[in-house]
Design a protein around this ligand. Structure first.
Ligand SMILES: [Fe+2]
Length: 207
């Protein structure tokens, strides 16, 4: 790449602030880091590789640091490769109305999946997803979702991701909290119904 072509590289990094994450935290008043995670967007069409996400380690109130969570717009699946650290991926598929619209507060299927460095995780198109950092250091992933740099704010809010329903419900159907030094799940009571669950051995506690 010559000097001139560097001028055409769009801004491809963003950070998710505590202020933004307060919309989806179990305890929005808990103290947290200024930045919860960092996103560097790749550009696979132009040979610039995967998107990279880096999570801070730590606990906000009782909840481990996590990504905001989103659903994909359209039929778009995604594969995460875990490059460093360990965590828990949460996947949830919402029920749909007769008109095929997703119903924000009824979950058809919820899964909590422990993940660690070296793992790959395939996320089918209709599953909302977020990842929680349960390790003592950074969690780092590479993912293959497409980013359109013509979008208004592609690094922070890529057009393929819908954050609205997660915001409306203040997070996913379960929060991942620390209980006696280990991760456990706490139900988000705003959800009306959760029809099928897979917890991978994690306990569910009431707070
Ligand atoms: Fe995604």
């Amino acid at each position: 790449m010559n000097k001139k072509s560097f001028l055409n590289v769009p801004k491809h990094y963003a950070a998710r602030s505590h202020e933004k994450m307060q919309e989806v935290l179990m305890d929005k008043d808990a103290a947290g880091p200024i930045i919860h995670y960092y996103m560097i967007r790749g550009d696979m069409k132009n040979g610039r590789g995967n998107n990279i996400t880096v999570w801070e380690p730590g606990i906000v109130g009782r909840e481990y640091i996590k990504t905001y969570g989103h659903y994909h717009v359209g039929k778009l699946d995604e594969t995460y490769t875990f490059v460093a650290g360990e965590g828990i991926a949460l996947l949830q598929k919402l029920a749909v109305s007769e008109a095929r619209d997703m119903i924000a507060n009824i979950v058809e299927e919820f899964k909590a999946i422990p993940v660690k460095v070296g793992d790959k995780l395939f996320i089918p198109a209709s599953y909302g997803h977020l990842v929680v950092n349960t390790g003592s250091g950074f969690l780092v992933t590479a993912d293959d979702s497409p980013v359109n740099f013509e979008d208004v704010d592609p690094a922070s809010l890529p057009g393929h991701a819908d954050y609205g329903m997660v915001k409306q419900m203040r997070g996913f159907a379960f929060y991942v909290v620390e209980e006696n030094g280990k991760p456990a799940l706490v139900k988000n009571k705003r959800y009306l119904e959760i029809r099928k669950t897979e917890f991978s051995g994690l306990s569910v506690i009431g707070i």
